[in-house]
Design a protein around this ligand. Structure first.
Ligand SMILES: [Zn+2]
Ligand SMILES: [Zn+2]
Length: 399
């Protein structure tokens, strides 16, 4: 697997005909506290100003403390915005408080935490035009190295795709390995999503002429398979395996930036994930993002098995081998989900709904092109749903 640090701060003239670039200047991980020089080196132009550290009281205490200590030793005057709500939501109140903190004396913003806190830091840094570093505390999802932030407005989750990239991403691997297992499993689930996002991208290239990059597809294929082969190490908090998962998630974020789009890492499984996130929010039982992606990957894989093994349409023949190269058998996906703790329970991820409802809604024509749109256009959604529901039943799950 590639080292994410090899892809930062440079331009890649690619075989797909485009020049890919990602503006993150530095990605580094340490076995222990992040040294003060890391911060002073990357932000030397803001020396003498204040650093605003945005964090969550639930982040392991020592994680926040270790970063604060390094920032002070690097010579920054430190302002800390620590959120202590039970479950931080990036709503108007949280964004407003952080923006008010980011006054003219603040030279840099450092967000310490998981997806929610680092999304908040990214959003506030973008709106205040300040340099921004992100300190990951858990390998929970693939958006860290991206320019995308989820913020809730008027009670609805909105995705802002025009935010700034972090100037630097740092991790203390001791902190990463001590993250709650549910969040580590979520990172694994997000990486499993490439097993269907890549076939969906191939389908879209074939049927809609969407731009495709073989280099990025190979990068994500490789990173996702590396995580699948190391799952036992990941769930036992092995150092090398957690490092590989962290690198894979960072590469996934970078690949979105290089593509200028989420396409390499987000297909039908993420359309399903967003549906599950909305149902979970309504019911107050939202599961971690990557868990819903993992379950969505199983549903998408089952739809591909229906398409390739039962429907066998002739217009898919030119790309069938390429699609099959990325797919894993549904039984193997189900095993990986069981081992990771994500599981295959529709009831857990679809409160107040079911798999048939989810597939119907997610096959709507306003969504990006995936296996769902192919089946909808072919008038085969109902047959696909029957296949999925039967398969889940054979796994002992009601759909
Ligand atoms: Zn390319
Ligand atoms: Zn994701």
């Amino acid at each position: 697997m590639r080292n994410p640090a090899d892809l930062t701060g440079r331009e890649i003239l690619c075989e797909c005909g485009r020049t890919h670039r990602v503006p993150i200047r530095e990605i580094r991980r340490w076995e222990g506290a992040i040294p003060p020089e890391a911060f002073s080196g990357i932000f030397s132009s803001a020396a003498g100003m204040s650093a605003l550290m945005i964090c969550d009281a639930h982040t392991m205490d020592s994680a926040n403390g270790r970063v604060a200590e390094s920032l002070r030793r690097a010579g920054w005057k430190l302002k800390v915005r620590e959120f202590s709500r039970d479950r931080l939501v990036n709503d108007e109140a949280a964004v407003g408080a952080a923006v008010l903190d980011a006054d003219t004396g603040v030279g840099v913003i450092i967000a310490v935490g998981g997806g929610t806190v680092t999304d908040l830091g990214r959003f506030v840094a973008s709106r205040t035009c300040k340099p921004f570093a992100l300190v990951m505390t858990c390998p929970s999802m693939d958006g860290y190295a991206s320019n995308i932030a989820a913020v809730s407005l008027d009670g609805r989750r909105r995705i802002f795709k025009d935010c700034r990239y972090p100037d630097a991403i740092f991790c203390d691997m001791e902190v990463m390995r001590s993250a709650p297992m549910e969040l580590i499993a979520s990172g694994f689930g997000d990486m499993l999503g490439e097993r269907t996002s890549l076939p969906d991208w191939v389908m879209s290239r074939h049927f809609t002429g969407e731009r495709f990059c073989g280099m990025l597809a190979a990068l994500m294929d490789d990173s996702s398979m590396e995580c699948a082969s190391r799952l036992d190490g990941i769930i036992s908090r092995d150092a090398a395996a957690t490092g590989a998962l962290t690198d894979a998630l960072l590469l996934a974020g970078i690949s979105m930036g290089l593509a200028g789009d989420t396409r390499p890492v987000s297909g039908s499984e993420h359309i399903f994930s967003h549906f599950m996130a909305e149902r979970g929010m309504e019911a107050g039982t939202a599961a971690p993002h990557g868990a819903t992606v993992g379950f969505g990957t199983l549903i998408s894989t089952l739809l591909y098995e229906y398409l390739l093994d039962e429907l066998r349409p002739s217009d898919l023949a030119p790309v069938e081998a390429e699609i099959r190269r990325y797919l894993l058998p549904s039984a193997q996906i189900a095993d990986l989900l069981a081992v990771s703790g994500i599981g295959v329970s529709a009831g857990r991820y679809l409160p107040g709904s079911d798999v048939a409802d989810m597939i119907h809604v997610c096959a709507a024509p306003d969504k990006r092109y995936t296996v769902l749109r192919y089946l909808a256009d072919a008038g085969r959604i109902e047959d696909g749903i029957r296949h999925v529901v039967d398969a889940l039943g054979r796994m002992g799950e009601s759909a």
